[in-house]
Design a protein around this ligand. Sequence first.
Ligand code: ZN
Length: 102
Amino acid sequence: MKNETNNTFYACPYCKEEYANPVDLAHCILSCEEKKKKEEEQKKAEKLAAEEDARYQEVVEAKDNYLNLLKAYIDDYGTITIKNDYSKWEPIFGSKPWHWWF
Ligand SMILES: [Zn+2]
C-alpha cells in the first residue's frame, strides 16, 4: 500500500505493512493487536489442555503427601489433641462440629 508520491511511510509494528496514512496504520495496528490477542488466548488454552493430566497428577501426589505427613504425625505424637487445642487443626479439618462442644 505504498504511496509513491510521499516518502513518509508508517510501518505497522506487528505485520510490518507500510502506510502513507497514519489512520490506515492505526486501523492495521488495532486489527493486528486483536489478532495477536486471539492467538495468545488460543495458545493459553492449548497449553492448559496439554498440561491437564500432569496438573491432575500433581493434585493426587499432594493429597498422598498430605496423608503421609498426617499419618507420620499421628504415629509420632499419638492421637491428635483435638479437644485441648482444636484451633491448631481448624485449617486441616474445618470448623469444630457442634457436638464436640459437649
Ligand atoms: Zn498490521
